[in-house]
Design a protein around this ligand. Sequence first.
Ligand SMILES: [Zn+2]
Ligand SMILES: [Zn+2]
Length: 314
Amino acid sequence: MNIRSAPRALAAATALLALGGVAACSPDGADADPQRVDVVAAFYPLQFLAERIGGDAVAVSNLAKPGAEPHDLELNPRQVGQVSEAELVVYLKGFQPNVDEAVDQNAADRAFDVATVQPLLTAAAGGHEHEGEAGHAEEPGGGLDPHLWLDPTRLATVGDQLAERLGRADPERATDYTARARALRGELEKLDAEFAAGLKTCQRREIVVSHTAFGYLTERYQLEQVGITGLTPDTEPSPQRLAEVAAEAREHRATTIFFETLVSPKVAETIAAEVGAKTAVLDPIEGLSTDSGGDYLSVMRTNLQTLRTALSCS
Ligand SMILES: [Zn+2]
Ligand SMILES: [Zn+2]
């Protein structure tokens, strides 16, 4: 059977079983295959990298379920077992505390922390500074921002390092991994060029988003993000914060308040109604939505079109 197609089909079956309240069977029958490097990815963009760079030589499983928000992922005993048996765990320290703990306890010697590839950005607080004004009163920033995959060039660099790690685990196929990482880099650099060109000339450059996941994207393409919540999506914004975000949206004449596929749109809808804006999905690609037929590259291109419309780019 084609093992590369198996995780998606099995993940769908797992989701169906979970709906029925039946304990799901292991989604990775592939790990019985000694020919393949057994890779566990902590969430979707890392799965995407591992599958593209590993190709047929790896069997990749994703700890985060499709359609579930991965920041607060909890691992069941079967998943902890997957982590401890994996030949390589690809994760991002600081993004999913429960994964960090499972790796520390079970796979510290077989883990690739993609946060070590390049220094992370320090997160701005939910808003941004206006020249000649004191900073906005809002939740404190200052933590490290984990959402590095939203800069395609950073993801390419992570991919190069992942190829090296896979080559160390599987030296016979090291050149294949390097070649696939180089090909993927080409695709990611093309995407980066499309973003740079598509966002070069816009009437507005501020985006109002539901959580501040877009720091790497806004840094790369000279946009500004105003986050309703901070670095994680699960915090309830205070009434004061909602009022501040509405004021920001009005000040910057935002036409669109963005929400995410994996998080409730309610707060974005409230602010949009208050300021007379629309809502639209800007996907932080922390996971694919269950009905998505897309991948990292296609969702990023959809994001680009969404941004061009909302910001009136020419
Ligand atoms: Zn996030
Ligand atoms: Zn502002």
